[in-house]
Design a protein around this ligand. Structure first.
Ligand code: ZN
Length: 345
């Protein structure tokens, strides 16, 4: 094993000590798993034998979202110590090492708005986050393209925590699938992860999960696991289900999933996006309001100069409110309940 990073089998620390990059290296574990470091925060595992899944687990796309970073760091460490024996090809990504070190969501720009080529639009590759988005795209492409031939399934779970609390603690964003259908087994897997709220997107996005879904045909999700807290302050018992489910997935162990029943879920679609138009944009609810909060029809949500935004539909819920975004950017997303009956595959 290359000595530089073996201590404690701690790839997260190695990543944090080398945020600008790591020379590629590779070696084999005694159990036959091939380990390749492709870059800082990028580690690829190829187990021996026949497998049929290519799984990407990513965390730290927002640097202060520590719980998923801790989950992934533990998983990598356990694989390296052979406490967890992989049976499926797995790529683990620590998305934004500079932001992780700074304890911030982002250093210059929201990394999760830069995928599907958005990193190179406008001013181009002008900052570290833009360059990292391009690099992460290349690593994901390489990972899927280097898979053995045959019928295979691609996955990407991009793990996050939200800035604010949520009426439903964990929720997933299912990227827009264009002509493809929602996958019943993915709803079942999310439920096994303790995620019963799913936001079904209807438009293209610049997120990592949309990129993997659209560009590579992966079953891909942004998974919000709770609220942002500093390292060491997460109550990891709240992540038991997602931890167990992800480990079972990469180890190809049977997972007891409950067959899909729509009433087990809170399913939403976007009703409208409220974008900040002027410097006077103001939210008219408490700062600590939870994601998926609903108000009666007619309630004033926000004002923007002379424009008023009020609740228009029964059950309309707000998510990701943020008055501090730049002008022209999304300040809040309004979602409404929807059904997927008869629309799953
Ligand atoms: Zn995030």
């Amino acid at each position: 094993m290359p000595q530089q990073w073996v201590p404690n089998h701690d790839f997260l620390s190695l990543t944090r000590q080398n945020p600008n990059g790591l020379a590629p290296s590779q070696f084999q574990l005694e159990n036959g798993t091939e380990v390749q470091i492709w870059d800082t925060g990028v580690i690829c595992f190829t187990p021996e034998g026949v497998q049929d899944k290519d799984i990407v687990l990513s965390c730290g796309v927002h640097g202060n979202e520590t719980a998923p970073i801790e989950l992934c760091a533990e998983l990598v460490s356990d694989v390296l110590q052979q406490k967890l024996v992989l049976k499926q090809r797995t790529l683990v990504l620590f998305g934004n090492p500079w932001a992780i070190n700074a304890g911030k969501r982002e250093v210059e720009e929201n990394l999760n708005r830069l995928f599907s080529g958005h990193h190179s639009k406008g001013a181009g590759l002008i900052n570290a986050e833009r360059k990292r988005a391009l690099a992460l795209e290349k690593y994901v492409t390489r990972f899927y393209q280097q898979a053995p031939v045959g019928t295979r399934k691609r996955y990407l779970y991009d793990l996050h925590t939200a800035i604010r609390g949520s009426r439903f603690e964990k929720f997933a964003v299912y990227p827009y699938l264009h002509e493809r259908k929602w996958q019943q087994n993915q709803f079942e897997f999310l439920l096994a992860c303790g995620v019963s709220t799913v936001l079904l997107m209807q438009t293209a996005a610049s997120t990592f999960s949309y990129y993997a879904s659209h560009q590579h045909g992966a079953d891909a999700f942004t998974v919000e696991l709770g609220k942002v807290r500093p390292f060491g302050e997460n109550n990891m018992s709240r992540f038991t289900e997602v931890r167990q489910s992800l480990r079972a997935l990469v180890a190809d162990e049977a997972l007891a999933v409950k067959p899909f029943v729509e009433s087990d879920f809170h399913l939403y679609e976007v009703y409208r996006s409220i974008n900040k138009q002027t410097q006077d944009f103001k939210l008219h609810f408490a700062n600590d309001v939870e994601n998926f909060t609903t108000y009666p029809v007619g309630t004033l949500l926000a004002t923007d100069g002379d424009t008023e935004y009020r609740v228009e539909k029964e059950g309309e819920a707000l998510i990701f409110p943020n008055a501090k975004v730049a002008i022209g950017q999304r300040a809040m997303l309004m979602v409404v309940p929807r059904s997927v009956k008869g629309q799953l595959e």
